[in-house]
Design a binder for this molecule. Structure first.
Ligand code: FAD
Length: 286
């Protein structure tokens, strides 16, 4: 894999919009702790069909007021062009310049009523309506999207998003670095020269990780799954083992030239901070 590091690696932290006053307070503390690592940006997720629309906007505005760069996620499934335009107009008005453009997943049972089918259509729409106002990130799947009919077809669809105007990509999380390296090689041979930043999921609770991984198609390698299973409810052993695994993964990725890391923090600074501190110690990263 050719190094993707044209500049020093960029780090970002993903948050979700909290639902309760306690959640809002906790997230403020989380941000305060993570901000000391000087991330390139915080991102804030967006529920498909607009289900978190107001809360995403409120969280984005609060982070912006604190003086940090923030990139809202925007998922298009179940939405109309008018809805999406209104959200983007608001972002332009408040000076947001970076969007993570996604399809999203409708909750089961909800009918597909919107005007967008795929994230590539959202990227095309943003470019048509807003030109180059926004830096657009899209999702990438080194282990392939669970609904894709083949690996090749999924990569073709990733290519469509880049050709529609995406500037960079963030991957689904993975624990197998080779899948990422292979994906980057595919990008290189297809002439896709955008940075593809690995998404990193710290390991917190085994049952939660299994649930997420089953839903999003990320593989937990057998040896990792077996070790985690063996710890039963011993959370501190799970986290200690998880920290070793994920820190090693991050080191391997950065050493091979990954252009940064995007942490799925789940609104908690604890594990991400430890991984970060270990990376600084081991690799002198700033
Ligand atoms: P797409 O790129 O549209 O791909 C979805 C599927 O459709 C793939 O199988 C692809 O191969 C296929 N496909 C694409 N184009 C075509 C075509 N033209 N014809 C046929 N098939 C096609 N979800 C949220 O709801 N909110 C979030 O905030 C959120 N943030 C995320 C952040 C990151 C970094 C990642 C990796 C995922 C995030 N997700 C989020 C999850 C994401 O929405 C889901 O994985 C969703 O199932 C796919 O979204 P996508 O943008 O990758 O879709």
């Amino acid at each position: 894999m050719k190094s993707q590091q044209k500049f020093s690696p960029a780090f970002s932290f993903e948050l979700f919009p909290p639902q309760t006053p306690q959640g809002i307070e906790k997230l403020r503390l989380t941000r305060k702790e993570l901000a000391q690592f000087n991330p390139k940006f915080f991102s804030v997720t967006f529920g498909a069909g607009g289900s978190t629309r107001e809360r995403t906007l409120e969280t984005v505005l609060e982070i912006q007021t604190e003086g940090y760069n923030v990139a809202p996620h925007l998922s298009c499934i179940g939405s109309t062009r008018q809805n999406i335009r209104a959200i983007l107009d608001k972002y332009v008005q408040v000076g947001i310049q970076h969007i993570i453009a996604l399809r999203g997943d409708l909750p089961s049972g909800m009918a597909q009523t919107g005007e967008f089918r795929y994230a590539s259509e959202l990227v095309t729409f943003i470019r048509q309506e807003f030109g180059t106002v926004f830096h657009i990130d899209v999702a990438a799947y080194p282990e392939y999207h669970p609904q894709a009919r083949s690996a090749q077809f999924d990569f073709e669809n990733f290519k469509r998003k880049v050709e529609a105007g995406a500037n960079s990509a963030i991957t689904q999380y993975f624990y197998n670095a080779d899948a990422y390296f292979h994906f980057i090689e595919l990008c290189e041979s297809a002439g896709l020269n955008i940075p593809v930043v690995p998404g990193i999921m710290p390991i917190n609770k085994f049952s939660q990780l299994v649930r997420f991984s089953d839903a999003c198609g990320a593989e937990i390698p057998r040896w990792i799954r077996k070790k985690l299973e063996g710890y039963n409810d011993d959370i501190s052993s799970i986290q200690a083992f998880g920290l070793d695994i994920v820190t090693d993964l991050c080191e391997k990725l950065l050493k091979a030239g990954a252009p940064g890391l995007h942490f799925y923090t789940l609104n908690s600074a604890h594990l991400t901070s430890i991984i970060w501190q270990r990376l600084e110690i081991h690799s002198n990263l700033k």
